[in-house]
Design a protein. Structure first.
Lengths: 427, 427
């Protein structure tokens, strides 16, 4: 596989008619919709930052079509953005599909020239972030996403692969620079400096944000995580695994939107998901009503955060024990029974490093969602700005603890028990 | 630049006649030699593991020509080896040349089809390893190579480059898989398991080597360094920076043979050089004579090891202070005077990590030269096997300390003062 490339001149944004034409030309898709193209109902539903998303429904069923736009959707055509990202999204799905089972949507067709993917329409799934705002329970989500990150990262790492295959992936995804650039700027730089792209709840957070941008130790810690993000090519990572990239029902979860994929630190995916659960926890007082103060729901969120990590940890170690087929920690070095203790201890140390990485990256993700360019609906939907600011301030304070005093947090218990102490707006 | 490729069918190993023809065709080379091709004296001088090396001398001067052979020279045609390595060697020289000044040879011509490079013939330089065996003093070598690693690694890292340029380099050098495979197998795997390619001074070291291959904590530590080698894409590294890849005179030093280049941990280059100085130190009693017991010379070696690290450290930090133009630790985050302390502390932590990395990788390099496939002349030229085994045993014992009890070695003083205590054969 060569390093990407979109279709150049053949690209055009899809409209209802051209989308119907495209789908009518696909033997694998027509029967899923049934009937004749004029009967197919097309609805554009994209609410993300970057893409067109269509649901197309026919008499027999429906599909979802995602197309990359040549600019950042939320910013408009003045912020151009490479449509090659559809290529990398597809390459990521291809790389992890053999390993993650039903935890991603079924992909029916990838159309390279149009930079679009025809995939399963997930129903009755909702975006996890919106479900969390609504106070809905998804019993399997922590376990599912823990399992997902374990499988997707383990099987693309040097623990499972001969390094030659990893280097091929490294070279391929090193082409996904425009998307990595977004993370480098919006996660690891802009939030910590003056930038026109930043915003925050003003004036309530003004002094806290000003303090953050003067906070040398905080900035140095964030910069260290930024350096790790660029240097630690541990596994193929999703690159944007927040609660808006997870669709859930009461029975299952699916991971979507991997266009930020590249070879990076496993903790970056762990931290994206974990940090967004913490953001949700901090946002909950803003969604409390007379009927539901969200106390029980917050407990459930923390429970899911714990299950997420413990599932990841347990599954990752189990996969490693069963599939040590890579060049890192080669199985042939530890063949004797007497090697078992040292190997087990090295594996523990490995996942303990991932735990620290998760917390550091989670903190960076939390901060950028409150003082940077792209905010989250968890807070944005809290209409009272004072109440919103209280919630955001708590999350910022916790993120600072995670970055500047990481030695406090050697276990999940220590993290979860700190939350109600650090800036909780409901107290 | 695309990912490598040799000339395919145009490749042939050079002989004296075809070499004269090639050089005669090069406008930039003819005047360096002077006279007419039949007057040029050709001598094959390759003593490394992988390549043909010719000195060609004419009336006006001489050049060195290095050509990759399609197999591992020391093993013969039964161990094939990609000739693309000449491409990566040249790509490495191109990448570092703007930064390292006179610390590499001048490159006159790279001939892609023949996988050969025409370069400056260094004279009166000798291979550092041979100089060390001979007990010769090279007053600038520690400082030169410290400076070299600082410059070559800093300017190819995320500290100096926009990450897009680093990712381009990462993708390019990810193609150098056959050479990286050698390191993965011969440095990080074979020495720790039974392999037909291994050998050691037998029977004297039999029990120590058997113990090493049963030593769970040692193997787990070595495996962790192997994993770092594959995952930590910090900078473009030489990949084989032992004392056989350094040519020295009393006035200066040059780094050669970068065909193992790839994006990896800076500590791997530091450790290769440092570890080989330690090997030399341990080998010295084997070269003692009635006239020279090598005591003073060993002191000089340790002095150079110290100068190597302190020069690297000081130069790396100075380059960083003056050229923070990369995406890691972006300068714009630390623009205020009040940020200086936190940034300085982050930089100290960064180079302290490099120090630990240097020691870990040095230990791996030391072990593989004593119990693995490719040994070093420092020990091999000690003809009395008992004496050789004593020297090797000391180096192995020190390497084990570095791997298994790294907390003893937080400073260069702690490392250097440990040497006479750990397995010194001269005591």
């Amino acid at each position: 596989m060569t390093a990407a490339a979109n279709g150049g001149s053949a690209y055009r944004p899809l409209d209802h008619d051209s989308l119907r034409q495209l789908l009518a030309s696909l033997d694998e898709v027509r029967p899923l919709l049934g009937g004749r193209p004029p009967e197919w109902r097309v609805r554009e539903v994209g609410d993300g930052n970057l893409n067109l998303v269509f649901f197309v429904t026919g008499p027999a069923g429906s599909v979802c079509v995602k197309q990359a736009l040549p600019y950042v959707r939320v910013a408009g055509p003045s912020w151009p953005m490479s449509i090659d990202r559809a290529f990398y999204e597809n390459a990521y799905y291809q790389a992890v599909a053999p390993h993650v089972g039903g935890l991603i949507p079924r992909i029916y067709h990838y159309q390279r020239e149009l930079c679009c993917t025809v995939m399963e329409r997930l129903s009755p799934h909702v975006i996890l972030r919106l479900g969390l705002i609504g106070g809905r329970y998804f019993p399997t989500v922590g376990r599912d996403i823990g399992e997902y990150v374990a499988r997707a990262s383990f099987f693309t790492s040097d623990l499972a692969l001969p390094f030659e295959r990893k280097f091929d992936g490294l070279a391929l995804f090193a082409g996904n620079k425009p998307l990595v650039r977004i993370t480098v700027d919006l996660v690891f730089a802009d939030p910590y400096r003056a930038s026109d792209r930043n915003r925050h709840t003003t004036p309530r957070l003004d002094s806290q944000v000003a303090a953050l941008r003067r906070d040398g130790p905080l900035k140095a810690a964030a910069a260290r995580w930024g350096e790790k993000f660029l240097c630690e090519a541990q596994a193929l990572v999703h690159g944007d695994l927040h609660s808006g990239s997870v669709m859930v029902s009461e029975a299952e979860s699916r991971v979507i939107d991997p266009e930020f994929a590249f070879y990076g630190p496993i903790g970056f995916d762990l931290g994206a998901f974990f940090g967004n659960l913490l953001l949700s926890w901090y946002s909950q007082p803003g969604h409390a009503t007379a009927e539901d103060d969200r106390t029980a729901y917050r407990r459930w969120i923390l429970g899911q955060a714990g299950v997420f990590w413990s599932t990841f940890r347990e599954r990752f170690l189990a996969l490693w024990a069963a599939n040590a087929t890579g060049d890192a920690f080669p199985a042939s070095l530890f063949a004797a029974g007497s090697d078992a203790a040292a190997l087990a201890s090295a594996r523990e140390a490995y996942v303990n490093r991932l735990f620290s990485d998760m917390l550091g990256f989670a903190a960076c993700k939390m901060i950028r969602r409150i003082v940077g360019f792209a905010h989250v609906a968890d807070f944005e939907t809290i209409s009272d700005p004072d109440r919103r600011a209280d919630c955001e301030a708590g999350a910022l304070a916790m993120a600072r603890e995670l970055l500047v005093r990481p030695e406090q947090f050697r276990s999940m218990e220590e993290v979860l028990s700190a939350l109600p102490q650090v800036g909780d707006a409901s107290e």
